[in-house]
Design a protein around this ligand. Structure first.
Ligand SMILES: Cc1cc2nc3c(=O)[nH]c(=O)nc-3n(C[C@H](O)[C@H](O)[C@H](O)COP(=O)(O)OP(=O)(O)OC[C@H]3O[C@@H](n4cnc5c(N)ncnc54)[C@H](O)[C@@H]3O)c2cc1C
Length: 378
C-alpha cells in the first residue's frame, strides 16, 4: 500500500494550506461565535475547486480520491474543526454521495452547484427518536402519489441544516427505504440552530418535512435503494472523516509541545520533566498509529472494498486519539489550558464529537466485532 502523495495531491494540499492559513486560522474564534460564516467560507472554497475533490472535473470537481479528501479534512481541522465538520458534511456526505448514486441528470442538476459552493448540502438521517437505530427506528415517511412522492417527518442534529440549500433525506415506506434529494424551496423547514458543547462554528439543526411533494427525478439510488445508499455512505463518511480528529490531535500536540518548551517551573522548561515527556511520547505514537490506520482505511474505501471494519476502526481510533491528545494538551497547559485564552480547551471540546457522530464509538465496536467474528470460518 503506497501512501506517497502524487504531485496533483500535493498541489491541492498546498492550495488548502495557503487558504486555511489566510482565511481560516485568523478567523477560527470568530467562526465559533458566528457559525453562519461557514457558508461564506465554503463558497470561497467552492470557487477554488476545493469542495468537489472526489468528483470529476466535468461536474466542477478535481477528480481526485478519498485519500486526498482526507488529507484536506485534516488540514482544515488543524485550523478549525468546525469548518472541517461542515466541509465533510457538504462535500462527502452530500456531494460525493449524490455523485456516487445519482443519475446523469441529478449529477448535472446538483453536483456542479454543490461543487462550486453555490448550494450548501446537508445529509438527513438521524431523527429525534432514532440515532444509533437510525434505520429500524426511522419514522420519516414517504408515500407515492401518482408520479410523485410525499414526505413527512423530521430529522435531528443535522450538520449545515440552518445554512443548507439541498437536503439528502432518508425516508421509509413500511420496510422500504429510499433516499431523496430535496431543495429548501420544496418547503423544507429548519427551525433554529442547536447550541452545542463543541464544534460551535458548525451550524447544526433540526429539519422538518410537512407533506413535501417531489417528483421521482429526486429519488437517489432508485426506489427502495435507500439502505444501500446509507451503508455505502456511512463507510465513505467514516473512512474520510477519521481525518478530522487527526487534525485536532496534530494541532493539540503542536500547541502542547511548543508551550512545554517555553513554560518554566522549578527553574526549567516543563518539557524537561519526564512525566511531561511521557505525554509527548504517547501523543506522537498515538497520532502516527491512528494516521496509518486512517490511510489504510481510506484507500480500502476508495477501492470499494466493502468490509466496514476498517473504516469503523479508523474513525474509532482517530477519535479516541484526538480526545486523549487534546486532554493531555490541556494538562500540559495547566490552568491556562482551562481558559479560553488558548485553543486547547476548544480542541478538547471539539474532539468529543468524534465518538458520537457518524455512528457512536459503541456502534463502531459492534460493526468491527461482527465483521471480525464473521471472518472466522466454522
Ligand atoms: C454535532 C453533530 C453533528 C451531527 N451531524 C449529523 C448529520 O449531518 N446527519 C445526521 O444524520 N446525523 C448527524 N448527527 C447525529 C449523530 O450521528 C447521532 O447523534 C449519533 O448517531 C447517535 O445517535 P443519538 O444521538 O440518538 O444517540 P443514541 O442512539 O440515543 O445513543 C445514546 C447512547 O447509547 C449508546 N447505544 C445505543 N445503542 C447501543 C447498542 N446497541 N449497544 C451499545 N450502546 C448503544 C450510544 O452509543 C450512546 O452512547 C450529528 C450529531 C451531532 C452531535
Amino acid at each position: 500500500m503506497d501512501f506517497t502523495l502524487s504531485s496533483d495531491q500535493l498541489s491541492i494540499k498546498e492550495i488548502v494550506e495557503e487558504f486555511t492559513k489566510r482565511e481560516v486560522e485568523p478567523n477560527a474564534e470568530k467562526i465559533e461565535r458566528e457559525p453562519a460564516m461557514v457558508k461564506d467560507i465554503l463558497s470561497k472554497m467552492g470557487k477554488l475547486g476545493l469542495l468537489g475533490i472526489t468528483i470529476p472535473e466535468r461536474f466542477g470537481g478535481s477528480g481526485l480520491d478519498y485519500l486526498t479528501f482526507g488529507v484536506i479534512v485534516e488540514e482544515i481541522a488543524y485550523h478549525s474543526a468546525s469548518l472541517a465538520l461542515s466541509y465533510g458534511g457538504h462535500s462527502n456526505l452530500v456531494l460525493d454521495n449524490i455523485y456516487r448514486n445519482g443519475t446523469e441528470e441529478q449529477r448535472e442538476e446538483f453536483a456542479r452547484k454543490l461543487a462550486q459552493g453555490e448550494w450548501i448540502g446537508s445529509l438527513c438521517l438521524t431523527e429525534p427518536g432514532a440515532g444509533s437505530d437510525a434505520i429500524g427506528g426511522m419514522t420519516t415517511s414517504y408515500r407515492k402519489n401518482g408520479n410523485s412522492f410525499i414526505i413527512n417527518g423530521s430529522k435531528m442534529f443535522i450538520t449545515n441544516a440552518p445554512i443548507a440549500d439541498v437536503f439528502l433525506v432518508y425516508a421509509r415506506e413500511s420496510s422500504n427505504y429510499s433516499a431523496f434529494i430535496l431543495k429548501r424551496e420544496d418547503g423544507v423547514e429548519t427551525p433554529g440552530s442547536i447550541d452545542k458543547m463543541g464544534m460551535r462554528g458548525s451550524p447544526t439543526g433540526e429539519v422538518v418535512f410537512h407533506d413535501i411533494e417531489i417528483g421521482k427525478d429526486r429519488l437517489l439510488g432508485g426506489e427502495g435503494g435507500g439502505k444501500k445508499v446509507i451503508y455505502q455512505g456511512l463507510n465513505a463518511e467514516r473512512a474520510t472523516m477519521a481525518f478530522l480528529p487527526l487534525g485536532i490531535a496534530r494541532r493539540a500536540m503542536d500547541e502542547a509541545v511548543t508551550y512545554a518548551k517555553k513554560r518554566k517551573q522549578f527553574g526549567k522548561p516543563i518539557s524537561e520533566y519526564q512525566l511531561i515527556q511521557e505525554k509527548i511520547a504517547y501523543m506522537f505514537t498515538r497520532l502516527e498509529a491512528a494516521r496509518l490506520l486512517a490511510y489504510k482505511a481510506v484507500i480500502l474505501a476508495q477501492d470499494k472494498i466493502s468490509d466496514p471494519k476498517y473504516a469503523a476502526a479508523s474513525i474509532m481510533l482517530a477519535s479516541e486519539t484526538a480526545i486523549q491528545i487534546a486532554k493531555d494538551a490541556v494538562q500540559i497547559f495547566g490552568g491556562y489550558g482551562y481558559t479560553t485564552e488558548f485553543p486547547v480547551e476548544r480542541l478538547l471540546r471539539d474532539s468529543v464529537i468524534g465518538e458520537i457522530a457518524a455512528g457512536t464509538t459503541e456502534i463502531r465496536k459492534l460493526v468491527i466485532a461482527r465483521s471480525v467474528i464473521d471472518s472466522y470460518k466454522g
